[in-house]
Design a protein. Sequence first.
Length: 184
Amino acid sequence: MKIYTKTGDRGTTSLFGGKRVSKADLRIDTYGTVDELNSWIGLVRDQEVNQNRKELLVEIQDRLFTIGSMLATEPGNTKVNIPTLRESDIQYLEKEIDAMDAALPPMRFFVLPGGHTAVSFCHLARTVCRRAERLTIALQATEEVNALVIQYLNRLSDYLFMLSRKMAQELKIEETPWKPRMDE
């Protein structure tokens, strides 16, 4: 597989199935953001505090490649064989969220991102996930998008928030509450 093909030198790229579109196309921006998210998840996975979660995070990265494949395929193209996303993938995230929630103190305030580099990486992944979700919803307004993609990204951002809290707990980092300044 050759790394450079020169076919994109004029600002276009191919979707799975061969259709050429602008590299500025919303579909390209959407799956490019999912790719960016996948890289952030890799960085989160590489943190020492997540050694026991590596398999789970690799599975999430695999699902993000699946989502990227789905988004990179022209709607209605049934000739391209791509992996599938399942309802059970969302349920798996929910199970992990519930387990972390049961082990964490209840939320009494909004949390400011930070406190430790590893926790900050997780918050960055969460915000990129939210952006990927917004772009996917925008794409859905103009083209068909599998509803499970939006559901998975929504649940993944929830998972990443809970993971950031769990990482802070394991690292013994005190969460910083947001204390809004109010005019008196």
